[in-house]
Structures are given as structure tokens and as C-alpha cells.
Design a protein around this ligand. Structure first.
Ligand SMILES: *Cc1c(COP(=O)(O)O)cnc(C)c1O
Length: 389
């Protein structure tokens, strides 16, 4: 069966160029980059190059990039590291209700350890209002953390505006840009952010490698005690092959980010327009234009998202009913509830997230099969039969 993968917000396939760049680091260039002889020097050169590739991709300097094991670790480090480093100044953190669990659960943990967290609401499109950020700031506020783009509904936040407010109040600003890197142009100086999280497996590097940008001069606690790796802030012998893969992948993903985005947005808009035209009682979730170029999220009334996913899988289509971390749980997504969807509507939602391996033909196939599957499910649904009562 021909299979179509449209869950690139959950993870992406490693590109062959990325894999090829990684392979020598398992056996040929296997040295520990902290050693001074040939094997170590070669590894160190590659580490340095990868750091430069990440820095260049986001407009940072090399010594502002710290490698981590994933986006979740980057978020944990940024938030806990800033909280504990600045707790003498205050104990208040501002975030939003629609963050990834890597941020939300970290904030919840900090609440058990003496910190106070404000969870800002979002509008019906999932946007944070910068005026709400400003109103929430107190003389105890030490950190604002707002995601760049949402992993479920694709909404992009006014990051530069929020960063400006944070700066005017002398508060640190972190953004989880895991979904945004490679999808939209990012320059940390133009944005004015102090810290930014990214993760390799969302842009065609392997799972298990990420990075945190920390602007020079920003003080946060060290992440992991140990050796002098990552300028003494994260001990542990570097995961060389993964780091090299991350460097190669981010260079490729940001080489022509606008051309890239245009191609994805064309497929995205065909999907959105096609679904809205072909299936009755469907609502687009997220913002129509301030939106990731690869994200489609719709609520399809009178069906269950999980049932839809199973049917799509039988038809060879891999998609998501929300975020990968929450499937398996019966609670509707916190993001869909935060944009005001009633539980039963949130339950019937579908996320299709496009990537570089998708083709216009994939879009055609989904637009052909999805309406049929929805019709079959609705014909079986008592909710649908009762809908006009
Ligand atoms: C995937 C994701 C993460 C977590 O990254 P991992 O590398 O999987 O730990 C964090 N935030 C957002 C917005 C994500 O999409």
C-alpha cells in the first residue's frame, strides 16, 4: 500500500544528506572532542562546525548555542535555569495556556517549589495578546516564556512584540521555537529574545538532539553538573553523530526557508480549502494567516478523532488528532479547549502536518479519501443522526 505521512509536527523523517553526514561519527571520527590528539581534534572541529551551523541558522553567535538531548530538555533548562538563578529578585513566571507540555509541566513543577505562574489565555485563534503580557508583569516577574508557534493548531505568536515588553520591564524572555525553526525565518536579534529552544527531529535530523540559544550575558543556572562540556553548563560527553546531524539539518532547513514555506503553504491551503469545501460541519482551528506553513487543524463535528485516525491509518494515511503526547488519553487537548472549543468538538479534531517529503499528489489522495471516511463515520454515528434535534 502507498503510505502517506502527514504527521510532521510529531516528528520528521531523517534526510539522506543528514544521515550521511552523521555516519562517520560512529566509527571513523569516533574521538572524544575533549581530547587533544588527532581523533579528538577532528571530533572537536566537527562539533565547532555544527555549533556554527546552528548559530548561523538563527542569527546567533557560536558561543550562544548549547547542545541538549531534545526540545524538552532545552525548555526545562531555560525555564528552571532562569527561575533558580533569579529567585532572589522574584518568583513570578508568565506563560500561556497553550504551551507544549515541556513548558507547562515544567511551570507546574516550579509551582510546587515556591514559584508562582500566570497562564495567559489566548483568543479564539490561539493568539496571546501582548497587552495581557504587560498587564501580568509584577515587580516579582523574572521570566516570560511564550511559544513561537503552536504544535497543534499552528498559530504563530507576536514574539517580537512580547520580547520588547519583556525587555522594557527588565524580564527575561524565552521562546519554545521547536515548531518554528525551519518553517519561518528566525533571527534572535531581530526578535529580541533572550533564550530560544529548538529540536532536531522537527526538521529532518534524528530524534534525541536539540539546542538552547542563550543570549550572551544572560545568567541561568547550569543544566547538568559534570565535565567542562558546553562551556561548563551541561556536562557529559557530546552526542557527536546527533549533533552533526542537527547542524546539517538546520543548515538545509534554513537555506531557503521562504521558498520552502511557500511550497508547504500551497499544499496546506489546498488541504484547508478542499476540506472546508468537501465536508460539511467543519471548522478550521488556529489563525488563517498567522500560521505555520505546514499545519492544518480542523474540527469535524459528529465524529471521534480517534476513530477517524484509525480509518485514515487503514487507508495508509498517518495523521494526528491533536498532539502525539496526548493521544492515548481521553482528555481533549488543552490547546483546543483554550481556544474555546466545547469538549465534543475538540474530540473530533484532526491535525495534518506537512513536510518536505510530501507531494501535491499526497494532498490529492487525502482530499479524495478523507471526505469518504468522514461520511462513513457519520453514517454510523447516533450524534449525527440526532444533530438537528
Ligand atoms: C516536539 C516539541 C517539543 C519537544 O521536543 P522533543 O525534542 O520531542 O523533546 C517541545 N515543544 C514543541 C512546541 C514541540 O513541538
Amino acid at each position: 500500500m502507498d503510505r502517506i505521512y502527514m504527521d510532521n509536527a510529531a516528528t520528521t523523517r531523517v534526510k539522506p544528506e543528514v544521515r550521511d553526514a552523521m555516519l562517520p561519527f560512529y566509527d571513523e571520527v569516533f574521538g572524544n572532542p575533549s581530547t587533544i590528539y588527532y581523533y579528538g581534534r577532528e571530533a572537536h572541529k566537527a562539533l565547532d562546525h555544527a555549533r556554527q551551523q546552528v548559530a548561523a541558522a538563527i542569527g546567533a553567535d557560536k558561543d550562544e548555542i548549547y547542545f541538549t538531548s531534545c526540545g524538552t530538555e532545552s525548555d526545562n533548562w531555560a525555564i528552571k535555569g532562569a527561575a533558580f538563578a533569579h529567585q532572589k529578585k522574584g518568583n513570578h513566571i508568565i506563560t500561556s495556556a497553550i504551551e507544549h507540555h515541556a513548558v507547562l509541566h515544567t511551570c507546574a513543577w516550579l509551582e510546587k517549589h515556591g514559584f508562582e505562574v500566570t497562564y495567559l489565555p489566548v483568543d479564539e485563534y490561539g493568539r496571546v495578546n501582548p497587552a495581557d503580557v504587560e498587564k501580568a508583569i509584577t515587580d516579582k516577574t523574572i521570566l516570560i516564556t511564550i511559544m513561537f508557534a503552536n504544535n497543534e493548531i499552528g498559530t504563530i505568536q507576536p514574539i517580537a512584540e512580547i520580547a520588547k515588553i519583556a525587555k522594557a520591564h527588565n524580564v527575561l524572555f524565552h521562546t519554545d521555537a521547536v515548531q518554528a525553526v525551519g518553517a519561518v525565518p528566525i533571527n534572535v536579534h531581530e526578535l529580541g529574545v533572550d533564550m530560544l529552544s529548538l529540536s532536531g527531529h522537527k526538521f529532518y535530523a534524528p530524534k534525541g538532539v536539540g539546542a538552547l540559544y542563550i543570549r550572551r550575558g544572560v545568567r541561568i543556572d547550569i543544566n547538568q553538573q559534570g565535565g567542562a562540556q558546553e562551556r561548563g553548563k551541561r556536562g557529559g560527553t557530546e552526542n557527536m553523530a546527533q549533533i552533526v546531524g542537527l547542524g546539517k539539518a538546520i543548515e538545509m532547513a534554513t537555506a531557503d526557508v521562504e521558498g520552502h514555506a511557500k511550497k508547504l503553504a500551497h499544499m496546506r491551503d489546498r488541504l484547508i480549502d478542499g476540506i472546508l469545501a468537501e465536508i460539511p460541519d467543519v471548522k478550521l482551528n488556529g489563525h488563517r494567516t498567522e500560521r505555520l506553513p505546514n499545519n492544518v487543524n480542523v474540527s469535524i463535528r459528529y465524529i471521534e478523532g480517534e476513530a477517524l485516525l484509525l480509518r485514515l491509518d487503514l487507508a495508509g494515511i498517518a495523521a494526528s488528532s491533536g498532539s502525539a503526547c496526548t493521544s492515548g488519553s481521553l482528555d481533549p487537548s488543552h490547546v483546543l479547549l483554550a481556544i474555546g472549543l466545547p469538549h465534543e468538538v475538540a474530540h473530533g479534531s484532526l491535525r495534518l502536518s506537512l513536510g518536505d517529503f510530501n507531494t501535491e499528489h499526497d494532498v490529492d489522495v487525502v482530499l479524495e479519501k478523507l471526505p469518504e471516511i468522514v461520511k462513513t463515520l457519520r453514517d454510523m454515528s447516533p450524534l449525527y443522526a440526532d444533530r438537528n434535534q
